[in-house]
Write a protein that binds this ligand. Structure first.
Ligand code: MRU
Length: 359
């Protein structure tokens, strides 16, 4: 089973981003020659999904370093080299500050930006400072970020699939698949692994209003992998749990607080509450890097507020009366008490989390 399409890659001196807004109708790539353009693809949701946002941030920082290197004249005297190193750090810190504002909820953005800035600071200490070597090293670091993410996904998927019985029927929400990560997927990774080892009967994908990640992206991914699946609208989940044997609900996460409260796509909390009513296990599948040990509980997680236009319109077509008011919180927080367990690359975990459990 292969990932259907690469979501982000480096070619020549540019980063290419799969424009997920065009899926499933078209497979388009956005060519980014500057780090700010990568930031824009995060902001405008051409690219989305918490771990993939982290991967894009890593590539954006490498691109920022390449841009710096391209503007530099060769330095002959040692004095000028140290000035170049200082300018490099200033430039990289500015790139971090520009990129950090792209989206607030996923912890991966700040986590990876800080990792890349830290690496840039180390590179700037080399004597003599070499801008050419530095951007190449940061590009390698970005590729490491992607590889690590894929490995976490594969590991957590194996742990998650062990929890499921043969003939499992699963509900998932939003898109936490290859399209949302460096590759393979978290919640959808568990579904893929369960299918691979012959345990999965069917996956049900909630359409995920208002942005329709479930119908546009998850269904597409499942069908690309020939996994038995069906689409339900979000308000069908309770009906389905009452009528069909649903063995588990598995979702991804954007940020997890120390006590296990979990921010994920708006509607996840509703699904968890329904799961509790129907006694269906509710799992969060995420790498331990998603746990933000700085936050004690869910009320501290920043929730992105997006344009109400995305609620009153679908594909540019108005579905509510003109001038209608609407809300659009993009995420909600599921209280830890509604979460059966956390499926991570380190195994099945239960909160409160300890620092030693996170990476
Ligand atoms: O707004 P999005 O599409 O970026 O939201 C994505 C989600 O909520 C995912 O479930 C989450 O990022 C986990 S992806 C492995």
């Amino acid at each position: 089973m292969r990932d259907p399409v690469r979501t982000i890659f480096w070619k020549g001196s540019c980063v290419y981003v799969l424009d997920q807004r065009a899926l499933p109708a078209r497979t388009l790539f956005i060519r980014c020659a500057e780090y700010r353009q990568v930031g824009e693809t995060i902001r405008n949701m051409a690219l989305r999904g918490a771990p993939l946002i982290g991967c894009a941030a890593a590539y954006a920082m490498a691109l920022a370093a390449l841009q710096f290197s391209a503007t530099l004249r060769p330095h002959k005297s040692p004095g000028k080299e140290s000035r170049a190193a200082a300018e490099f750090i200033k430039h990289m810190a500015e790139a971090r500050n520009v990129l950090i504002s792209a989206r607030p909820t996923a912890v991966h953005l700040s986590l990876i930006l800080d990792r890349m800035l830290g690496r840039a600071r180390n590179l700037a200490q080399a004597v003599p400072f070499d801008a050419g070597k530095s951007w190449k090293a940061l590009k390698s670091e970005a590729e490491r970020v992607v590889r690590e993410d894929i490995q976490s996904n594969l590991d957590l998927s194996r742990h998650g699939a062990k929890l499921l019985p043969h003939g499992a029927q699963i509900i998932t929400y939003c898109n936490a698949g290859a399209l949302a990560t460096g590759g393979w997927g978290t919640a959808l990774g568990v579904v893929r692994q369960a299918f691979k080892i012959g345990k999965l009967k069917k996956a049900f994908a909630c359409e995920t209003r208002p942005y329709l990640q479930g119908s546009r992206l998850t269904l597409w991914e499942l069908m690309q992998n020939k996994i038995p699946c069906a689409l339900i609208t979000d308000n069908m989940a309770g009906y389905l749990m009452g009528r069909e044997k649903i063995h588990a609900i598995i979702v991804g996460a954007d940020r997890i607080a120390r006590n296990g409260d979990t921010a994920n796509k708006i509607g996840t909390f509703t699904l968890a509450a329904l799961a509790r009513y129907h006694r269906v296990p509710f799992y969060v599948a995420a790498a331990t890097s998603t746990i933000d040990m700085k936050l004690a509980g869910g009320k501290d997680i920043p929730i992105e507020q997006r344009s109400p236009k995305e609620v009153v319109e679908i594909n540019g077509r108005r579905i509510a009366p003109r001038n209608a008011q609407a809300l659009h919180p993009a995420f909600d927080v599921t209280p830890h008490a509604l979460i059966t367990a956390f499926i991570t690359e380190k195994g099945i975990l239960h909160p409160p989390f300890k620092r030693a459990q996170t990476s």
